[in-house]
Write a protein that binds this ligand. Sequence first.
Ligand code: MF3
Ligand code: CO
Length: 252
Amino acid sequence: MSVSIKSAKEIELMREAGRLLSITHEELGKAIKPGISTYEIDRLGEEIIRSYGCIPNFLHYNGYPASICTSVNDEVVHGIPSKNRILKEGDIISLDAGLIYKGYHSDAARTHAVGEVSAEARRLMDVTKQCFFEGIKYAKAGNHLHEISAAIQKFAESNGFGVVRDLVGHGIGTHLHEDPQIPNFKPAGRGLKLRPGMTLAIEPMITAGHYAVRWLDDDWTVVTKDGSLASHYENTIVITEGEPEILTIYQG
Ligand code: MF3
Ligand code: CO
């Protein structure tokens, strides 16, 4: 396993890739309301990404047929946009998106409420987002990777939720998926030592019930086995000499 260390110049490009993706997510979030189809969300996402002169990195990745992953309710990740999937009041939808700017990738996910949602759905979304922030408290040079994993797992499980095991976060840079893999649960061993210039996509995938998942017949959509709700929250970050920098949250 080799984990690349990005130069200051590369990080500058990833910062811009992240900023543009952050704005993309903000725009997509505004479009989430009852009556919109997941196909329309994908069309809007691709349009925004291309308007920046960027390339949607999910499109055709291992044959994935769209630019945005749209995962509704019990769908955890990789839901395929469809004209027949119309959002309705009370749904939750995870939007996963990524883009390439001057050869550098960004990757981020947000889960949105469609109108008013149940208290349990709201709590699941809040805890999933907080899992990311609990994890990156340990995303510091000199720490070990699995400290991030353990913190995410601890926060999710202490709130009574499940941590998906079958999918993980990843390094990112000139490729969407680079080493290392970043589980959201504590594996054996402490993992590699974090160093400044490592760029990572940390992405808790959390379920309201059991953590077990299965794949639908489309070979992409991952759903919870027990039908419980799932939430996904992801950012691309860079390890620095001090606090981690979150590249896909831009406060303009
Ligand atoms: N954020 C996801 C990931 O890291 C989305 C990529 S899957 C794709 O795996 F195939 F749709 F691109
Ligand atoms: Co990712």
